[in-house]
Ligand binder design. Structure first.
Ligand code: PMV
Length: 337
């Protein structure tokens, strides 16, 4: 083996938060104002090859990143991740990342979470870093990426003066084999406000945000307890309430931030009408119009047929939904080569 070159290929899943992260306590440490909790989406992944090369003395390290075959200009997030690894190593290395996703990057499906979780995990494996270091690297890339580093139901704790922000897995994905995720990719014409910009605006201008932060510990505990006892209706209600509250806080920002469009609202109404007799599905929306629906195996076919009969689905411009994807729960990242 060439000790001046390390190559490793890993895969990581994107995750969807049931209780969402919105607002930073520290921009430099990338720590959040509130705890969040999520599940990984098994059918989607980012597959990432890291090639690390030792740099000769006097030579400058040059890092490169390509995503789905296109080389990208490195922004501060990437530079920060690479610098932070180099600071821990006794010799200089340059990093080359080649990443591909099996889902559309531009569709707003938390591709940065999967991407940075994969990069952090690959660097961790290549250089034998601690779990804490891997979590920190992922978070430097994208806050929510730290949650893609572990399996099943994952909580990202905000931390405090005594304890650093960290992630922990409460249950493996196998704890609830009947839980299903239906991802509805919604037609999106607007360029949405980035999560970074949105969080800054909300933290600066929303008065509702403090209320949301106060409610957060009870909501997180509610998700953990309902997941533990596989109590779908409680889990579903908490998830929908948190999504609604997150988008309300966005609207309460000034100027307001609108991530949901009319199709997103039709999905919300469809789920509530599907739940008329009993709660059988739950929606949640990140910083964009796409929906992630949680349901159980026994209700899935009925829900998906309802979606097909209620929306026009396909690539052409007038269709309301671009695509529909069905998944089980995912686990943490893994080495594939
Ligand atoms: O990780 P970021 O900076 O892209 O922020 C993610 C924010 C939400 O997706 C809206 C919520 C979450 O917890 O994933």
């Amino acid at each position: 083996m060439d000790e001046n070159e390390i190559r490793i290929t890993v895969e990581a899943h994107p995750n969807i938060a049931l209780i969402k992260y919105w607002g930073k306590k520290s921009e430099t440490e990338m720590t959040p104002l509130n705890d969040s909790i999520s599940l990984a989406i098994d059918i989607f992944h980012a597959k990432t090859t890291l090639t690390a090369r030792r740099v000769e003395e006097g030579e400058e390290s040059v890092d490169t990143v390509s995503i789905n075959g296109r080389e990208i200009t490195l922004n501060t997030r990437f530079n920060r991740v690479f610098k932070s690894v180099r600071d821990r190593l006794d010799s200089s290395w340059s990093f080359s990342i080649s990443s591909s996703t099996n889902f559309p990057v531009a569709a707003g499906l938390a591709s940065s979470a999967a991407g940075f979780a994969a990069i952090a995990f690959a660097l961790g494996k290549a250089f034998d870093l601690s779990q804490t270091d891997i979590e920190r690297l992922a978070r430097y890339g994208s806050g929510s990426a730290s949650r893609s580093g572990l399996p099943g139901l994952v909580q990202w704790k905000k931390g405090d003066e005594k304890e650093e922000s960290s992630v922990l897995s409460h249950f493996p994905s196998s704890h609830w084999p009947d839980l299903r995720l239906v991802i509805l990719v919604v037609k999106d014409e607007e360029k949405s406000i980035s999560s970074k910009e949105g969080m800054e605006r909300t933290a600066r201008t929303s008065e509702l945000l403090q209320d949301r932060i106060r409610r957060n510990p009870a909501r997180i505990q509610g998700i953990i307890d309902s997941f533990a006892s596989r109590d779908f209706s409680t889990l579903a209600e908490l998830t929908m309430r948190d999504s609604n509250e997150f988008h309300a806080v966005c609207l309460d920002s000034y100027p307001p931030i609108q991530y949901l469009n009319t199709t997103s609202w039709s999905i919300i109404n469809l789920v509530h009408s599907f739940n008329k007799e009993s709660v059988r599905a739950a929606y949640t929306f990140d910083a964009g119009p796409n929906a992630c629906i949680f349901t159980l195996k026994e209700y899935m076919d009925e829900f998906v047929s309802l979606v097909h009969s209620s929306f026009s689905i396909g690539d052409s411009i007038e269709k309301e939904l671009r695509s529909v994807h069905i998944s089980t729960l995912g686990d943490g990242p893994k080495v594939v080569e």
